[in-house]
Structure formats: structure tokens, C-alpha cells
Design a protein around this ligand. Structure first.
Ligand SMILES: [Zn+2]
Length: 68
């Protein structure tokens, strides 16, 4: 059995954890939706947007792809 702590009504449903051991660390108001404004932008991010953001923040030079 897992002891799930459910978010309070009106609380952001952002969770952290894995293997059935989740917590609800975000205490912001969900503002009528499922998540607060900040987490909503992350949850509903498309794979393309996620990839574009990752490429902007992390630069991997191509000359390191084969080291051996
Ligand atoms: Zn949140």
C-alpha cells in the first residue's frame, strides 16, 4: 500500500517523486485549473518546445560525440 497525500481542493497538483511515492510540494493555488500558472507552462509544454528549450540552455559540441 502507498500512502498518497492528495492535494487540497484548489491546490496545484504538481508532484515530485517516483514508484508510487509521490508528494505534492507545490502549495500554490491552481487558479481554477489543475496546476498553478508556473507549473502549467511546464506540464503542457510540447516535446518540440522542450527540445528547443533544452538546446538553448545546454550546448553539446559535436566534436565530443565520439571519444573512443
Ligand atoms: Zn504549482
Amino acid at each position: 500500500m502507498t500512502a498518497l497525500t492528495m492535494p487540497r481542493p484548489g491546490q496545484c497538483k504538481w508532484t515530485e517523486g517516483d514508484s508510487g511515492n509521490y508528494t505534492f510540494p507545490c502549495t500554490n493555488s491552481n487558479e481554477g485549473g489543475s496546476y498553478c500558472a508556473y507549473h502549467r507552462t511546464i506540464v503542457y509544454e510540447t516535446p518540440e518546445q522542450r527540445k528547443a528549450r533544452a538546446s538553448q540552455t545546454k550546448f553539446v559540441p559535436y566534436n565530443r560525440r565520439l571519444a573512443a
